[in-house]
Design a protein around this ligand. Structure first.
Ligand SMILES: [Zn+2]
Ligand SMILES: [Zn+2]
Length: 375
């Protein structure tokens, strides 16, 4: 393995849960055959990073955080001539890449063919250690080493880095859950619970998929106002202004033809009580996707009779695979034509990673990104 160092790069390293991240440097290795080195423009901060920082999900340490990022090709390993879609790759090209590589050998990969459920998935910024070669394996950094098998895609022409990082991992999470599993009712009504990045991404894809009306239930008011300004959602229900979930569900049903309820309900709120609220907004025979419960936040009471009586289809969706990531990259031009994606961003210097994490935890920004070496 050639290991001649040609540069060093910084990374924001999680060494102990709950403690501030430290900015550390590591040598940039030569890429092996099939690998590439990306110089990072932006590393996105996701709500999951707040949970990781506090040790709420299993992961090793030390790790450079950051499972969503965009950047430029800095060095191509031998044999790396195209992206996964077949487009030629050259040094300097703008790229995005999927955060995880499934093992391709296990029951979930081979029999179920659900690579998102692979239990041996290796994920940049989560379970690749900073104290093991090649060290630079997270997105909150100047460079990242992208191993062979990483789903790398060249950004479509005309798409800037701000646009490509604006939805972060919520983008491909939504192409999987919303387009892939829930389906968008063309000419129908979609209710979205939650106005964070997952809810915004889900609502954008509901618009893109042909829903006649998208009802966005969320808060606080500044997030809903931003959604409104961007044209995300046709109707906005502020859950702080309407604290009674029964009243919110009634307001949503009132916005649907015949008051029947939404054809599809997308739960993207991340609080367990949003699940029975989603049932209450759904019409009979509706599909209800539970997309927001990425962290175990406990239980919630609901009446199962409602599922039977309404003949609901209720299902979950976990993360995203290479194909969902490609769908996300390929729909960026359509999203960007319709929505001013860059307005979602608040950018921080890499050295301010702790401040960015705190702001995401407090919900004061919609989408925080850290500037890497190529920004
Ligand atoms: Zn994420
Ligand atoms: Zn597997």
């Amino acid at each position: 393995m050639p290991l001649m160092a040609t540069a060093t790069g910084r990374g924001a390293v999680l060494r102990a849960f709950g403690e501030p991240l430290t900015i550390e440097t590591a040598e940039v290795p030569e890429p092996a055959p099939g690998a590439l080195i990306a110089e990072i423009v932006y590393g996105g901060v996701c709500g999951t990073d707040v949970h990781l920082h506090h040790g709420k999900l299993p992961m090793p340490t030390p790790v450079i955080l950051g499972h969503e990022a965009v950047g430029r090709v800095w060095q191509l390993g031998p044999g790396m001539e195209t992206d996964l879609g077949g487009n030629p790759l050259r040094v300097g090209d703008p790229i995005a890449w999927a955060s995880s590589i499934a093992c391709g050998r296990c029951y979930w990969c081979l029999v179920e063919r659900e690579r998102t459920l692979c239990e041996q998935r290796r994920i940049y910024g989560i379970n690749r250690r900073f104290d093991e070669w090649p060290r630079l394996s997270g997105g909150w950094a100047d460079y990242v080493y992208l191993h062979p098998g990483t789903a790398v895609f060249r950004l479509p022409d005309g798409i800037g880095f701000e646009q490509a990082i604006a939805l972060g991992c919520a983008g491909p999470t939504a192409t999987h859950g919303v387009l892939g599993l829930a389906g968008v009712p063309v000419g129908g009504t979609v209710a979205v619970l939650g106005s964070g990045p997952v809810g915004i991404a889900a609502a954008m894809y509901a618009h893109l998929g042909g829903a006649a009306k998208v009802i966005l239930v969320g808060g606080p008011a500044n997030r809903l106002a931003l959604a409104h300004d961007l044209g995300v959602g046709d109707v906005h229900v502020d859950l702080f202004a309407v604290p009674d979930p029964g009243e919110r569900a009634r307001m949503v049903r009132e916005e649907t033809p015949g008051g029947r309820g939404a054809d599809v309900v997308l739960e993207c709120a991340g609080v367990p009580s949003a699940v029975p609220e989603a049932f209450a907004m759904a019409r009979r025979n509706a599909r209800v996707l539970i997309l927001g419960q990425y962290t175990d936040r406990g239980e919630t009471p609901f009446n199962p009779h409602e599922i039977t009586r309404k003949q609901l289809t209720v299902f979950g969706s976990w993360a995203f695979g290479e194909g969902h990531f490609q769908e996300y990259v390929q729909t960026l031009p359509q999203l960007a034509r319709r929505f001013d994606l860059a307005r979602l961003l608040t950018a921080y210097p890499l050295a301010d990673a702790n401040r960015a994490l705190a702001d995401v935890a407090a919900g004061t920004v919609m989408k925080a990104v850290l500037r890497g070496g190529a920004a």
